[in-house]
Ligand binder design. Structure first.
Ligand SMILES: NC(=O)C1=CN([C@@H]2O[C@H](COP(=O)(O)OP(=O)(O)OC[C@H]3O[C@@H](n4cnc5c(N)ncnc54)[C@H](O)[C@@H]3O)[C@@H](O)[C@H]2O)C=CC1
Ligand SMILES: O=C(O)C(=O)Cc1ccc(O)cc1
Length: 366
């Protein structure tokens, strides 16, 4: 019998998962959302097979439910679920960026027919809403799973099978380690990015030319400040303890750095920068960690019509497929830098040679 799946909350993440599941499996995908225009969009664009405005009714029809609403709403939905008398077995998972409050809410579930497995696909974008959803959003991303006592290894396998075509890499973590780690590498950096933007905004009063000066570095480090403010507010407060600890650490470290700068401690600052560079460079090492990395090639291009297309064409003619292209910096009439990512070392090396032969300045990051 065909599996039935419900995605509750059809925004960027829910829409992307629904698209992926509908395209790659034979599951029947229901969508639920409180926003009627989102449901209409889903219906019109075939993102789901059917939509519903009645959560309690539709959840009782399915085998697997993915909660993909804002984190605080997901916590409320879990409390609502804990009062439903499911007669058939159901696997429930979520996609929330914070796991502590979600897993705590899941403790209120006592019905033995419910198997709860926390989830967090660690990829996204600064955009929100169903219009921004993409079936391939989670390719190569880490997908954290947080099983509970209610989830058997068969349940975990069933969930992994459903999500197999996202091409993400599953990683089992408990809620506390997840929230501490994502606090460090996602939530806290978001706060810092926003604070840097505030600082620039405030200095703009004195130097109105500041926005024009904001070059690659500032844009790189503040990119995430353009994300959905209500989602991030939710994340900060639901991961409040970890955020508070990280803030205290940061303030202490910045106070020490201020002292080093004020007293002209050149060597110590050099060491601080070198240690940061070493760790940052190591993040992209091909051998390290569970996060899969691509083989990157940097190519200088001129800001001329068709410059990007020309590079792609040269590689396409040699049947080399590019996994990702990013324009790192381009200003009117000036050279820009493209980052091309390949899936394997051979494509990286061959592309480097071909582009060099065609007169391009290139650089491989080792
Ligand atoms: N945006 C990102 O980059 C990532 C977000 N997440 C997590 O995914 C979840 C959803 O985030 P996005 O998709 O980015 O947000 P979004 O704003 O694009 O989508 C949220 C959806 O939930 C719906 N919604 C709101 N209240 C609801 C309710 N009571 N019942 C049903 N639906 C409701 C909204 O109408 C909207 O369609 C959040 O928990 C977030 O922490 C996880 C990974 C990445
Ligand atoms: O755009 C980025 O760099 C992100 O960090 C996306 C993202 C946002 C929230 C998450 O919980 C996971 C990933």
């Amino acid at each position: 019998m065909e599996q039935k799946v419900l995605v509750a909350g059809l925004g960027l993440i829910g829409g992307s998962l629904a698209l992926n599941i509908k395209k790659n499996t034979n599951a029947f995908v229901y969508g639920y959302d409180t926003n009627p225009s989102t449901l209409e969009y889903s219906r019109m664009n075939g993102i789901t097979d059917a939509v519903s405005t009645d959560f309690e009714e539709v959840i009782q029809k399915v085998d697997i439910c993915i909660l993909a609403a804002p984190v605080s709403v997901t916590v409320d939905l879990i409390h609502q679920i804990s009062h439903i008398a499911f007669e058939n077995k159901i696997i429930i998972t979520d996609v929330s960026s914070v796991k502590g409050p979600v897993m705590e809410a899941a403790l209120s579930i006592t019905n033995p027919n419910i198997s709860f497995i926390g989830g967090h696909p660690m990829a996204g974008s600064h955009k929100k809403g169903i219009q921004a959803s993409k079936g391939h959003l989670f390719e190569n991303a880490i997908y954290v799973l947080t099983p509970t006592e209610s989830s058997t290894s068969n349940d975990i396998n069933d969930l992994k099978t459903l999500l197999f075509h996202t091409k993400s890499k599953f990683l089992i973590l408990d809620a506390d380690e997840h929230d501490e780690m994502t606090g460090v590498i996602s939530h806290f950096p978001h706060l810092i990015a926003s604070s840097l933007v505030h600082q620039a905004k405030s200095w703009q009063k004195k130097h109105p030319y500041i926005p024009k000066l904001a070059a690659g570095g500032f844009r790189d480090i503040t990119r995430i400040a353009s994300s959905n403010p209500s989602m991030w507010k939710d994340i900060f407060f639901l991961n409040k303890d970890k955020m508070s600890t990280l803030l205290a650490d940061w303030i202490k470290e910045m106070t020490e750095i201020k002292e080093l700068i004020d007293s002209g401690e050149n060597e110590k600052i050099q060491k601080y920068l070198e240690e940061a560079k070493d760790f940052r460079d190591g993040l992209d090492s091909k051998k390290k960690g569970v996060i899969p990395s691509f083989y990157d090639l940097y190519v200088d291009i001129f800001d001329q019509p068709g410059a990007l297309l020309k590079v792609i064409e040269i590689l396409a003619n040699q049947a080399i497929s590019i996994n990702n292209i990013e324009i790192l910096e381009i200003r009117e009439g000036i050279t820009g830098v493209l980052r091309l990512s390949f899936q394997d070392k051979n494509d990286q090396v061959v592309s480097n040679a071909i582009l060099k032969r065609n007169g391009y300045e290139t650089m491989i990051e080792e």
